[in-house]
Design a protein around this ligand. Structure first.
Ligand SMILES: Cc1cc2nc3c(=O)[nH]c(=O)nc-3n(C[C@H](O)[C@H](O)[C@H](O)COP(=O)(O)OP(=O)(O)OC[C@H]3O[C@@H](n4cnc5c(N)ncnc54)[C@H](O)[C@@H]3O)c2cc1C
Length: 592
C-alpha cells in the first residue's frame, strides 16, 4: 500500500479505499494467532476472573508464564530474541484478542508494551541480549515506572533522582513511583529518573535483585482489581551504569514514544472487550423476557445494540487502518536503510496523531458499550453475579492511563499544528482555500451518483469544517490558542470524529468493491449511521468554537459556511439501526 498518505495528513487529503487495510484482510496465520489468544482466555482466564480479581497469590504470574510458553508475549519481538517477529498490525490483533481478558489483559499489555519495548527499541545489543529473551518467554516480568505522586500528566516533572557513585560504576536511584502496573511481581522495572539537575528524565533498566526497592501494599481500585498496582520506592537502589537506556536525558523521549505505541494498542484492546460485551448483551436481550417478549424485540434495546456495534465497527476500522499505515511506514524506512528498531519507533511517531485519536475514541467507545451493556441487563447489570458489572468497572481506567483523554485530545491538535509550522503538513494552504470558499458562490454542480460519492463529499466537507475552525482559531488567537483548551478540545473532536467516520466509510467502500453490495450492506449501514451522527457532532463542536472567538459579520459568514459544510441529504438512521440490530439478534452475538 505505497500510496498511503503521511501521518496526520488525513485532515487535508482524501484517502482511497485501495490504500487502507481492513480487518477482513488478515491472513490465515494472523487469524490462527488470534484464535490461540482467544482459546487461552477461554481455558485459562475467563474461568478464573474472581480468583484473579482477588489477587490470589501467584496466579497472575503463572498465567503470564503460560501465555509466555504459548508465545503470546513474543509476537512482535524479533526471532533472534526468541519472538515471532510479526508486524505491527498482528500485534494489534493480539492486543484485540486478549482485550477481553480484564485484568489479565492489563498485565499482559503492560509487560509486552511499556515494560518490554523500551529495551527492545532503545536498548543496546548487550541490553537486548540479556533481557529480551527472558521477557519474550515471561521468565522475567516487566513494569514501567514513570508516574509519581506529584508527577502524572506532567510526566517530565518527576523528582526521582539518579546520582553517579564516586567510583563511577553505578547510578544510585532514590524516589517514589506510583500506580505501577505489575509492580507486585515484576522482575524488571523501567525507571525514569533525573540525573543531578538535568532538565529531562533519563531511563534505566532496574532488576528487582539490585536491592533498595520496597513497595506499598496493593492499591484498592474501582476496577481491574486483579491487576497489580503498587507504589514503588527506590532507596539507594544501585543500578550499574551499563543499565542506562539510550543516552542521558533521553528518558522523556523514550517515555513519549513508548506511550504512542501503548495508546494505539490500548485502542485495540478495547475492541476485543467491546466485542465480548456486545455478544453478552445480545444473548441477554434474546433471553430476557418482559411483557411476554424478549427485550431484544423492543426498539429502545435494538437501538442500543445497533449503536454499540456501530461504534465498535467504526473505531475498529480506524485502529487497523492506522496499524497498517505504521507497518507500511516501517517498510519504507527500513528499505531506505534505517535501523530496524529506529524504524519501528519512527513509523509509530509518524502516526502519533492517529494513535492519540484511536486511544481516545476507542476508550470512549468501550465506556459507551459497557454502559449500555449494564442498561440492557437492567438490575442484573448492577449485580456482581452477572458479567456487566466487572466490564463496566474495568473499562473506566482506559480513559485515564496511557495519557488521559484530555491530554491526548490536546496532543492531537498540538502535534498537528507543530507539523504545520515545521512545513511537514500544509495546513494553512487548504485552510486559506476554505476561507476563500466562504466568499464564493456555492457549487451546485451535477450530483455524483456513484456508490459512496455522497458520503465522501460529506467527509470532504467535514474536513473543511475542521480547517475552517482550526485556521480561524490560529489566525485570531495566534500564540494564545495553546491556552484556549475548550477550543482545542472542539478542534480535536472535529478531527477525531472525522478520522473515525472516514475509516469506517473506507472500510465499507472496500468491502463493497471487493465483496459486492449485498455482502457489504451491514458495513455500509454502520458506516452511514456513524457518519450521520458525526455530522451533527462536528456542527456542534465547530459552532461552539466559532462563537467563542469570532463576532459580527465575520462570525455570521463562518456560521453560514459551517452550515454548508455540515449539510446532508436525509438518511433514515432508524431503519439502518433496525437492520443492524436484526443481524445481531439473529446471530445471537457480535457478528461483523
Ligand atoms: C490503575 C492504574 C495503572 C497505572 N499504571 C501505570 C504504570 O504502569 N506506570 C506508570 O508510570 N503510570 C501508571 N499509571 C499512571 C497514569 O498514567 C496516570 O494516572 C495518568 O497519566 C494521569 O496522571 P495523574 O493520575 O497524576 O492525573 P493528573 O495529571 O493529576 O490529572 C488529573 C486531571 O487533570 C487533567 N489534566 C492534567 N493536566 C492537564 C492539562 N495540561 N490540561 C488539561 N487537563 C489536564 C487530566 O486529564 C485529569 O482529568 C496508572 C494509573 C492507574 C490508575
Amino acid at each position: 500500500m505505497s500510496n498511503t498518505i503521511k501521518g496526520g495528513e488525513f485532515v487535508i487529503k482524501e484517502t482511497s479505499y485501495n490504500d487502507i487495510f481492513i480487518p477482513e484482510e488478515f491472513d490465515e496465520e494472523a487469524k490462527m494467532i488470534r484464535q490461540t489468544c482467544i482459546d487461552f482466555l477461554d481455558t485459562e482466564v475467563l474461568n478464573k476472573l474472581d480468583r484473579i480479581d482477588a489477587q490470589e497469590e501467584g496466579l497472575m504470574p503463572s498465567l503470564m508464564d503460560k501465555a509466555g510458553a504459548l508465545g503470546m508475549l513474543g509476537v512482535s519481538i524479533p526471532e533472534e530474541y526468541g519472538g515471532f517477529g510479526k508486524n505491527f498490525n498482528t500485534s494489534m490483533l493480539v492486543a484485540d484478542a486478549v482485550g477481553g481478558g480484564f485484568s489479565f489483559a492489563v498485565a499482559l499489555s503492560a509487560h509486552t508494551g511499556i515494560g518490554t519495548l523500551p529495551i527492545l527499541y532503545y536498548g543496546n545489543a548487550d541490553q537486548k541480549a540479556k533481557y529480551i529473551p527472558k521477557l519474550a518467554t515471561g521468565e522475567w516480568k516487566a513494569s514501567y515506572c514513570l508516574t509519581e505522586p506529584n508527577s502524572g500528566s506532567d510526566a517530565n516533572s518527576g523528582r526521582t533522582s539518579a546520582k553517579l557513585n564516586a567510583a563511577g560504576t553505578h547510578y544510585v536511584i532514590n524516589g517514589q513511583k506510583m500506580w505501577i502496573t505489575n509492580g507486585g511481581f515484576a522482575d524488571i522495572f523501567i525507571v525514569f529518573a533525573k540525573i543531578d539537575d538535568d532538565k529531562n528524565l533519563s531511563a534505566f533498566i532496574v532488576e528487582k535483585d539490585f536491592g533498595g526497592i520496597s513497595m506499598n501494599p496493593e492499591e484498592h481500585k474501582l476496577g481491574i482489581k486483579g491487576s497489580s498496582t503498587r507504589q514503588v520506592f527506590f532507596n539507594d537502589c544501585e543500578v550499574p551504569v551499563e543499565n542506562m537506556l539510550s543516552e542521558r536525558e533521553n528518558g522523556f523521549k523514550i517515555a513519549v514514544n513508548i506511550l504512542n505505541i501503548g495508546r494505539i494498542k490500548l485502542g485495540a484492546a478495547t475492541i476485543g472487550s467491546s466485542r465480548m460485551v456486545i455478544t453478552q448483551a445480545v444473548k441477554y436481550a434474546n433471553e430476557r423476557v418482559q411483557f411476554n417478549l424478549p427485550i431484544s424485540k423492543f426498539g429502545a434495546i435494538r437501538y442500543k445494540l445497533a449503536e454499540m456495534a456501530t461504534r465498535l465497527f467504526a473505531t475498529e476500522s480506524a485502529a487497523y487502518r492506522a496499524g497498517q499505515n505504521i507497518d507500511d511506514a516501517y517498510e519504507t524506512l527500513v528499505s531506505g536503510g534505517m535501523d530496524e528498531a529506529k524504524a519501528k519507533l519512527k513509523s509509530v511517531e509518524q502516526f502519533a496523531i492517529e494513535c492519540a485519536i484511536i486511544k481516545v475514541w476507542c476508550s470512549e467507545m468501550l465506556d459507551y458499550v459497557v454502559d449500555e451493556g449494564v442498561q440492557i441487563y437492567g438490575g442484573m447489570g448492577y449485580s456482581a453475579e452477572a458479567p456487566m458489572e466487572r466490564a463496566y468497572r474495568d473499562s473506566r481506567i482506559n480513559r485515564i492511563f496511557e495519557g488521559t483523554n484530555e491530554v491526548n485530545r490536546l496532543l492531537v491538535v498540538d502535534m498537528l499544528l507543530k507539523r504545520a509550522m515545521k512545513g511537514e503538513i500544509d495546513l494553512m494552504g487548504p485552510a486559506t482555500a476554505v476561507a476563500s470558499e466562504l466568499l464564493a458562490i456555492p457549487d451546485f454542480g451535477q450530483e455524483d451518483e456513484t456508490a459512496f460519492a455522497a458520503e465522501k463529499k460529506i467527509i470532504a466537507n467535514l474536513k473543511k469544517a475542521g480547517l475552517l475552525i482550526a485556521g480561524a482559531a490560529v489566525q485570531k488567537l495566534m500564540m494564545s490558542l495553546s491556552k484556549e483548551q475548550e477550543i482545542l478540545m472542539n478542534i480535536a473532536d472535529v478531527i477525531g470524529y472525522v478520522y473515525i467516520a472516514e475509516s469506517a466509510l473506507l472500510r465499507a467502500e472496500k468491502l463493497y468493491h471487493t465483496k459486492g453490495p449485498e455482502a457489504s450492506a451491514d458495513a455500509t449501514d454502520m458506516a452511514k449511521i456513524y457518519l450521520y451522527s458525526t455530522i451533527d457532532k462536528v456542527n456542534v463542536a465547530a459552532k461552539e468554537a466559532l462563537n467563542s472567538f469570532a463576532e459580527g459579520d465575520e462570525l455570521k459568514m463562518m456560521l453560514v459556511g459551517l452550515r454548508r459544510f455540515t449539510k446532508s441529504e436525509p438518511f433514515n438512521v432508524k431503519d439502518a439501526r433496525q437492520r443492524i440490530a436484526k443481524k445481531l439478534i439473529d446471530a445471537n452475538k457480535y457478528c461483523f
